[in-house]
Design a protein around this ligand. Structure first.
Ligand SMILES: Nc1ncnc2c1ncn2[C@@H]1O[C@H](COP(=O)(O)OP(=O)(O)OP(=O)(O)O)[C@@H](O)[C@H]1O
Length: 261
């Protein structure tokens, strides 16, 4: 029997602090198929990062089930996803090359082979000359590339990317999107991707889940119809612009609150 890469069923989460409590996720239910690229788009504070923390075992769900590769995960069970947080999470005391080698060694590759592979990959992403630098010496875009590469080379079949390009300037972000797309289209890992950019979601995803304000629910599911490989030619596709308008409409406050302001 084949399993989905990720299945979230009826997941709720309430945060309690200082005597007050906030329901952040209510009965969240969705899945990511094997090899599928799914984006979550929703208002700020709707609970997207919280969802990732539950999947990654950093927080405990209040109720509901999370299955990764068909297996029900225990609350706070870690190590089952390749995770890339909002800010590049490189180990500052290791060189760029060592940061990559570590991901490979964790995947069970021996040190010598990891070293060769890291050099090869750094050359592929145009950072061969930075292999021995420390992360702080790299620009934000370069750090994000290394951080993405670490997630890509991690052994877990599901990658969860939390707004990986949010802190980059518009031009670097566009380069990173097409770069990620070309790498991803080669081996099609299962991806759950958080973004605030409608264009980014349309360019990258097979499916987009639009979330409501907290407590977050999936208010619309959009199958993105464009064939792959995709590229910047999409920007001028009329269907792209139609979908963009539709999602934009779903994210306006009036729709989000059901007419209540
Ligand atoms: N550990 C925590 N304790 C208390 N409240 C929390 C905690 N973590 C998150 N929250 C609250 O849960 C809500 C959802 O936060 P979350 O970071 O998941 O939203 P988000 O959709 O990822 O937002 P953004 O798009 O701005 O990154 C927010 O109101 C936040 O303040």
């Amino acid at each position: 029997m084949t399993h989905h890469a990720l299945e979230i069923t009826g997941v709720s989460k309430t945060f309690t602090s200082g005597g007050s409590s906030k329901l952040v996720l209510e009965d969240a239910t969705f899945h990511v198929k094997e090899g599928e690229f799914v984006s979550l788009i929703g208002p700020s504070g709707s609970g997207k990062s919280t969802l990732f923390h539950l999947i990654g075992g950093l927080e405990k769900p209040g109720s509901g089930e999370i299955r990764i590769g068909g297996r029900l995960i225990a609350p706070m069970e870690r190590g089952l996803i390749a995770y890339m947080p909002q800010n590049a999470s490189l180990l500052p005391w290791l060189s760029v090359a060592r940061n990559i080698e570590m991901a490979l060694e964790i995947a069970g590759i021996d040190r010598k082979e990891a070293r060769n592979m890291a050099r090869k990959w750094l050359t592929r992403i145009g950072l061969e000359r930075d292999a021995d630098s420390y992360p702080h010496a790299l620009s934000g875009g370069m750090q994000q590339r290394v951080s993405f590469l670490r997630a890509l080379l991690s052994p877990q079949p599901l990658m969860c990317l939390d707004e990986p390009f949010g802190s980059l300037d518009a031009l670097t972000r566009q380069h990173m999107q097409t770069w990620l797309l070309s790498l991803w289209e080669e081996d099609r890992r299962s991806v759950l991707f958080i973004t605030h950019s409608i264009e980014e979601a349309l360019l990258l995803s097979d499916r987009i889940l639009v979330l409501s304000t907290a407590p977050a629910k999936v208010i619309r599911e959009i199958e993105v119809p464009f064939p792959r490989p995709r590229g910047e030619q999409l920007w001028s596709d009329p269907v792209f612009n139609e979908l963009k308008r539709e999602i934009y409409g779903l994210l306006t406050p009036a729709v989000q609150t059901g007419g209540r302001v």
